[in-house]
Ligand binder design. Structure first.
Ligand code: NAD
Length: 322
């Protein structure tokens, strides 16, 4: 089986490539290697995959029409996992067009590639917990109506689900959308809170907390996410509706202050804290109901932040030789 992983140099994409290659699969990775965060980190992730003979990588910007087809023949691909995207809620406030390029135009190019791929069995794509918008209640279920995005990022992720549905309906391509909930772990993302806290605390700098008392997130460890993606990939939807959507979260909304404590403990340093109000676009809470994924493919997230954060901090110290 040959699997196309887009966003292969990204956080989740590089972990997925490694897991698939370790399982003996043939993997074609593509990524634009853009500079939303340090491209050196993206290159280092790719370097860590170079040992695998069944891995091929091409630098491709999916937003450029036809660029993917020039690098990869659609007929060679059995499964697509689309993880390439412009991520981040806060960045979308000042850079809206980066989201329309990667998450809308880029995704339509993936759908067109999928339409041309004669041997394709399944297209799996990344959605996000942000589609649920600002909510007081929880847990969030896949059957909940998602019509009130709090950010442009969330709006493009809801759009991705709608674009997918149209291609399922028109061309009968089996598709699965995965709503990830705040993923963290080794080789993580430098724009996310757990990374920024670790970086600042280890440098002895103060950390800034936005709406610290009110915020909670369903932090999900990368290994749990990779197990979920690997399992669902093998199960294209069948029957009348060839489109399924699953939450991949941890089902444990964790106050931001608990995350801070976990990072402080792992670093062995208490942070100086600056408290500021909530930022535009942020939601107060995320909380996944994962029973649908549990029933369908045995999804079973196990990692608590007290275990996962020390793994990340150890990786960070090792990678940056601190
Ligand atoms: N990490 C999380 O907590 C989280 C939560 C919810 C959803 N997601 C989604 O999961 C997916 C993977 O996220 P991640 O955390 O690995 O992010 P990431 O930024 O580390 O990886 C995304 C990769 O996509 C690449 N990319 C962006 N635009 C591209 C384009 N036009 N053409 C080709 N490549 C392009 C980037 O260079 C990057 O390497 C994304 O779709 C993201 O929206 C992530």
């Amino acid at each position: 089986m040959t699997i196309l992983v887009t966003g292969a140099a990204g956080f989740i994409g590089s972990h997925l490539c490694r897991a698939l290659l370790q399982a003996g699969e043939q993997v074609v990775g593509v990524d634009a290697l853009n500079d939303y965060y340090d491209p050196q980190l993206k290159r280092a992730r790719l370097d860590s995959l170079a040992q695998f003979k069944k891995f091929r990588f091409s630098q491709v910007n999916l937003a450029v029409d036809g660029a993917l087809e020039q690098a990869v023949s659609p007929d060679d691909i059995d499964v697509i996992v689309n993880l390439a995207a412009q991520a981040g809620v806060r960045y979308s406030i000042d850079n809206p067009r980066a989201y329309s390029r990667s998450n809308l135009s880029g995704y339509i190019n993936i759908l067109e590639f999928a339409r041309a791929a004669k041997n394709l069995k399944h297209l799996v794509y990344a959605s996000s917990s942000s589609v649920y918008g600002e909510r007081e209640d929880g847990p969030f279920r896949e059957s909940d109506i998602v019509r009130k995005p709090s950010s442009l990022y969330a709006a493009t992720k809801i759009s991705g689900e709608m674009l997918s549905q149209s291609y399922v309906h028109l061309y009968g391509i089996p598709m699965t959308g995965l709503r990830f909930f705040t993923v963290y772990g080794a080789w993580g993302r430098p724009d996310m809170a757990y990374w920024i806290f670790t970086e600042k605390i280890l440098r002895g700098e103060p950390i800034t907390l936005y709406a610290a008392g009110e915020m909670s997130r369903d932090f999900t460890y990368i290994d749990d996410i990779i197990e979920g993606i690997s399992a669902v990939m093998k199960q294209p939807p069948t029957g009348d509706d060839l489109h399924e959507i699953y939450n991949l979260g941890n089902s444990t909304p964790t106050p931001l202050m608990d995350l801070v404590q976990a990072v402080e403990q792992a670093c062995g340093i208490e942070a100086e804290k600056i408290y500021l109000p909530k930022q535009m676009g942020d939601v107060s809470k995320t909380f996944a109901d994962v029973s649908k994924a549990q029933a369908a493919f045995g999804y079973n997230p196990r990692t608590k932040i007290q275990e996962g954060i020390p793994h990340f901090v150890n990786w960070y110290r090792d990678f940056y030789k601190i």
